[in-house]
Design a protein around this ligand. Structure first.
Ligand code: ADP
Ligand code: MG
Length: 283
């Protein structure tokens, strides 16, 4: 376990000592013995009486790649805000594995226990090289003093090398991030997330603005992460959803509408669902 995770673990344990945990939270050790890595139960979020999430329940298996679709305003981004601790629900339960109660943790702690989130807009450091961006992602949470004396170890260099290959940027390692295409910047940001070794990745409209070729490569990247990671992918691009599910009827797609699950099943099944066609696909 890395020192920052140990620190986060100590902090979480200190904050919740005396709280009603059945077990101590150990970051990096997510209990997925029952299969689920993420479990949302009856989550409701209201903004001035309007229910952005309305008794939303959802379960994601360890190693699963779940696609989530649905019209604008369905609550997809709000759901990610709840999982990452940015928004507190009015009601419901949210668990990471079977023992970690996400609603008791702060945003930083949730990131530290292995939930990585990619926002729509890439936020890479444009004046730094691709390599330096990945290096920086390793340093976050070490604090300024620790960063000043931070030296890359062999294992960390190897990891940067692996991630550069995964995100198709090995040949651009020394380029300024500001010179990358929009799609490459998105990959770099995914690479920065991967440097922190998340168990669960939340990706909100990751291929928006990408070329067709970049979109295809992004699908390949996500499929290569499936299994070793769990992924929740929110996207409008149906070609992309097709590529991620590649006709596999065992792969579930979830359709959100008005803050709850409208349909769930294989892509073929949800595409044939009359309610889904009416509120989303048929427009
Ligand atoms: P999606 O990502 O599916 O398009 P969102 O989760 O962004 O949907 O939004 C769901 C609904 O909640 C929308 O009607 C949106 O206007 C509303 N909403 C989201 N965040 C806020 C907020 N901070 N304050 C008020 N309303 C919000
Ligand atoms: Mg959204």
């Amino acid at each position: 376990m890395t020192p920052d995770l140990m620190k986060a673990g100590a902090r979480i344990r200190a904050e919740h000592s005396g709280a009603s945990y059945g077990r101590v939270v150990t970051p990096g050790v997510v209990d997925t013995a029952h299969g689920a890595i993420l479990y949302l139960d009856d989550i409701t979020v209201s903004f001035d009486g309007f229910k952005a999430l309305n008794a939303l329940s959802l379960s994601i298996d360890a190693g699963e790649l779940r696609c989530i679709i649905g019209p604008n305003g369905a609550g997809k981004t709000t759901m990610m805000d709840v999982i990452t601790g940015k928004t507190r629900p009015d009601a419901g339960r949210a668990f990471f594995g079977s023992t970690i109660d996400l609603l008791r943790l702060r945003e930083n702690d949730i990131a530290a226990i292995g939930i990585g989130r990619k926002f729509q807009k890439p936020t890479v450091f444009e004046h730094l090289s691709v390599f330096e961006n990945l290096e920086l992602a390793l340093k976050t949470d070490h604090g300024v003093r620790a960063s000043m004396f931070f030296r890359l170890g062999g294992a960390q260099l190897d990891r940067i090398g692996e991630v550069l290959v995964l995100i198709h940027l090995k040949d651009s390692a020394q380029r300024s991030a500001g010179l990358l295409s929009h799609g490459q910047k998105q990959w770099l940001e995914i690479g920065m997330l991967l440097m922190q070794d998340p168990r669960l990745l939340l990706l909100d409209e990751p291929v928006a603005g990408m070329t067709d070729e970049e979109t295809e490569r992004t699908a390949e990247l996500f499929l290569s992460l499936e299994g070793s990671h769990s992924l929740v992918v929110v996207e409008h691009d149906m070609k992309f959803i097709h590529a991620l599910t590649h006709g596999n009827p065992a792969k579930k797609v979830t359709v959100l509408h008005e803050g709850s699950v409208l349909a769930e099943g294989s892509l073929k099944d949800v595409q044939a669902n009359d309610k889904v066609v009416e509120v989303y696909l048929g427009r």
